[in-house]
Design a protein around this ligand. Sequence first.
Ligand SMILES: Nc1ncnc2c1ncn2[C@@H]1O[C@H](COP(=O)(O)OP(=O)(O)OP(=O)(O)O)[C@@H](O)[C@H]1O
Ligand SMILES: [Mg+2]
Length: 471
Amino acid sequence: MDFASIGSTAEVSIPKDPLLQIIGQDHAVKIGRLVGKQRRHLLLVGPPGTGKSMLAQAIASTLPKPKQEVLVLHNPEKPERPIVQVRSGSSRRSERLPAGEIIEPTMVPFYVSEKLGFRCRRCGRLSSPDASSCYFCGADKYRKVRGPFDDLLLGSGAPEREERVYTTRMRDGKEELVVFERRGDKIAILTQKELAKRAEMQQKMQFKVLLPLNRPNFVQATGASETELLGDVRHDPYGSHPAIGSLPYTRVVPGAVHEAHEGVLFIDELSSLGRLQRFILTAMQEKHYPISGRNQSSTGSSVRVDGVPADFILVAAANINDVHHILPPLRSRIIGNGYEVLMNTHMEDNEENRLKLVQFLAQEIVRDGRIPHADSGAIAEMIEYARKKAKEIDGVSGLTLRLRILSGAIKMAGDIAASNEKKFITAEDVRFAIENAKPIEEQATERYGSWYKASLADYGLKKERGGSEVG
Ligand SMILES: Nc1ncnc2c1ncn2[C@@H]1O[C@H](COP(=O)(O)OP(=O)(O)OP(=O)(O)O)[C@@H](O)[C@H]1O
Ligand SMILES: [Mg+2]
């Protein structure tokens, strides 16, 4: 496809691969692919709107789905030290409770089948436990001795059948405990050994899924708080009171470092994390990070879960000026096991790159979903705008890659076209949008002559200089 022959952005095909949707950053994209494949870390440095967040997300999209499910289990010996269990996707089913041996209702002692609701107490014949009266003699199977006030006391037909009967039997000269359990139309018999195993497993089955198997593999940490990043054990006013409190394991919440296990942990403006960077470094070194109650006055603070997996790919973003505020050992960790990439701010103004800009416009329009496609006039106008911005901001002749600016302009033009119910965005819409999408700095400079004068005008110290009222 050559540039001159494009009638509108509707004709442009958009690549399915999110990495190929990133334009003008070939080096960063190439490294991004490697990072995903080899599980390295990545620091992206560059100005706003050049695709850092977009790249981080695209990397995550190349990763396989998480394979591990992470659980926290109740620790009966030490409830405030819940146990972590990592299991790979398929192992879950194998941990079924022992089912026991299934037998026919005819094979159990009479009183057992009576209690379980199979046998009629009056005629002694067997029928489904779901039927409340005997098929054969019509007797009510679930009532014991009928007294004159039973109906008043129990309500009519209160069931008396039992789910399970505990009893003993003789085996090899020894008496052992067995349990008969109702299983639909059959009865299960569980031995002492199976019962012990079941009790043990039930205790173990007091768990909470901390990281489910189907979790997103892109996690963005804003670094707003320590608990968001590292997890927490919530406060319970009743602490671990056995009767009314909640067990500590139920109150464990994962942090971003855990949620990103097997995926990408994206941190925008890494340096703004300040001292929290140290924790990221530790997690990266250990590949797991303990979760503990972070509020000292909370009942959660006595709880700690060790060894919670936190094996993530770190993708961090920073502006050039902030690079030196990144914790040096963290940076050296990234360099030692990953890459640092400086994003491009512009690209050469040639046919190939103009086509890429058209692809970009098509992407923005389709992703927005509320605006019509751009016709060739609008496309030409947008390309001119990209040239202008490259000159204005970076002092180069080329096409800008500060694409958030372009994205804003095409969407605004689209809104105008949409509000006029036009089939396409035209050059006119783009010109109007560009004129009106000016940032405050530009509007003020135009109106007052300079930003400095504009700031004085705000205090009323200087009269507003003549100039256009419309900015
Ligand atoms: N290289 C690019 N290719 C295609 N689209 C891009 C590119 N860069 C930016 N965009 C568009 O601009 C939007 C903003 O980009 P993104 O959020 O990735 O920028 P950023 O570098 O993370 O900026 P910031 O530093 O402000 O977080 C994207 O959603 C996308 O629509
Ligand atoms: Mg970003």
